[in-house]
Design a protein around this ligand. Structure first.
Ligand code: FAD
Length: 416
């Protein structure tokens, strides 16, 4: 069923009786060509591009709980491509370009809003670093603007530009950055994958791999064994636990990251802002809530809930640039499990086991990567070659010392 304004009007006049479920509820078949483990944004995007762009068939996505219940529905919704390093910037710019055409491609309103992102600068050294980053972005075809404090005052008059400890000395803006409604991304990809013949199977947890003589032939699940020619792991924060079942130990730690939403306020924050002297980022949702976050909780965990010291730290960061935040009431908060790689950059690669592939290590930044991650993982699965923009995301970079050590990422951001 195609979604359109005409369809909405027709359904409004006929009591909304004609809508069909966005995807089929199917039982697992005994065998597929491709089994994708994890029905998050990345797993669903992989299935969609595999079917649509690479014309592959007999694809299943196995999700242990429900579509959109993982990090894809828990993040602070920010998209951008303001990276510095060669391994990263072309990939994230590719992703931003895919976001720009995503709603037309999926025929789904994911509320892609290019409202802009502004990284605040608080020291002269930080300005130098951001100028370098802006140049790297422009060299890779992205957009970047260096703003003065006066320009920022005009855009955000309520920011504390004169804070003696953290004066705002300018900012790096990416006007094509912004926000996307997170769970709509999961639903949009699920629907589009289903329309292209993908079986989406919820409440189906992978509990083991069928591996014989160094080759993976399928998976064991809570709904029985499923054979597959290729098995693609894509479980974000559960990567370590899942791959341990195949005997692999990953260069990834799992940590909690929390998100916060205030009560609904009148429109005040037109874009996304990030604090440069600590870890705090904020945007305003279309319903009016201020959506914000900061650092990971500093210990390893698989719990989808965080603790108070980080709540305090995040709110302090916000208050430093944005004192009126202290007057807003916090409405909701939650946590998600982050797959923090050792250099802060992801892995999209084959494993040493034939037929078993891995996608993970997304740290704080995997939501914005969803389209490009799905596209390049689908490319790898269909062709057995890395996609042009994801060539650096190999396992062997840890062995060879070719880290993609992007500042502010990784399992211990202060060390990167
Ligand atoms: P998920 O949605 O977590 O998908 C993985 C799925 O695998 C889950 O649904 C899980 O149930 C399933 N699974 C796990 N184990 C199994 C198994 N054994 N069998 C079957 N299924 C299994 N990124 C940004 O770019 N911008 C942001 O602003 C941003 N903010 C964030 C804020 C918070 C609070 C959090 C938690 C994350 C944030 N991120 C952000 C990161 C981003 O959300 C993640 O990197 C990204 O969503 C991970 O990919 P995914 O969507 O595929 O993960």
């Amino acid at each position: 069923m195609r979604y359109s304004a005409l369809r909405v009007m027709k359904e409004a006049l006929t009591g909304h009786t004609g809508w069909k479920p966005a995807w089929r509820n199917v039982d697992p078949k005994p065998a597929y060509d491709y089994v994708i483990i994890g029905g998050g944004g990345h797993g669903l995007a992989t299935a969609y591009y595999l079917a649509k762009v690479y014309k592959q068939a007999r694809i299943a996505v196995l999700e242990k709980s429900w579509i959109g219940g993982g990090n894809v529905g828990r993040n602070t919704t920010i998209i951008r491509s303001n990276y510095l390093l060669d391994g990263n910037e072309p990939f994230y710019e590719f992703s931003l370009k895919l976001w720009e055409g995503l709603e037309q491609d999926l025929n789904y309103n994911a509320m892609v809003s290019q409202r802009g992102i502004l990284n605040l600068i608080h020291t002269d050294a930080q300005r130098d670093a951001f100028i370098r980053r802006g140049n790297a972005m422009i060299l890779n075809g992205a957009d970047a603007d260096l703003l003065t404090t006066d320009q920022i005052k005009e855009m955000y008059p309520f920011l504390n530009t004169d804070n003696a400890r953290f004066p705002i000395k300018g900012g790096l803006a990416q006007r094509r950055g912004g926000t996307v409604r997170h769970d709509a991304v999961a639903w949009g990809y699920a629907r589009a994958a289903d329309l292209n013949g993908v079986d989406i199977i919820q409440n189906c947890e992978v509990t083991g791999f069928i591996i014989e003589d160094g080759t993976c032939h399928g998976v064991e699940t809570t709904r029985g064994a499923i054979k597959a020619k290729k098995v693609a792991a894509c479980v974000a924060g559960s990567s370590g636990r899942l791959m341990a079942k195949a005997g692999m130990r990953l260069p990834i730690e799992s940590h909690v990251l929390q998100a916060f939403v205030s009560e609904g306020l009148k429109p005040l924050l037109p874009g996304v802002i990030t604090f440069g002297a600590g870890h705090f980022y904020c945007s305003q949702s279309d319903k009016g809530g201020l959506v914000f976050g900061g650092d990971i909780d500093g210990y390893n965990s698989y719990a989808q809930r965080g603790n108070l010291p980080v709540v305090e730290d995040v709110c302090e960061g916000g208050m430093a640039i944005f004192p009126m935040l202290g007057r807003a009431r916090l409405l909701r908060m939650w946590g998600g499990i982050m797959d923090m790689s050792m250099d802060g950059s992801p892995i999209i690669d084959r494993t040493h086991i034939d037929g078993l592939y891995f996608n993970g290590g997304w740290c704080y930044g995997g939501f914005k990567a969803t389209p490009a991650s799905g596209y390049s993982y689908a490319h790898l699965l269909a062709t057995d070659k890395p996609h042009e923009t994801a060539k650096a995301y190999r396992f062997d970079r840890f062995e060879k010392g070719r880290m993609i050590d992007e500042k502010g990422m990784g399992n211990q951001p202060n060390l990167h």
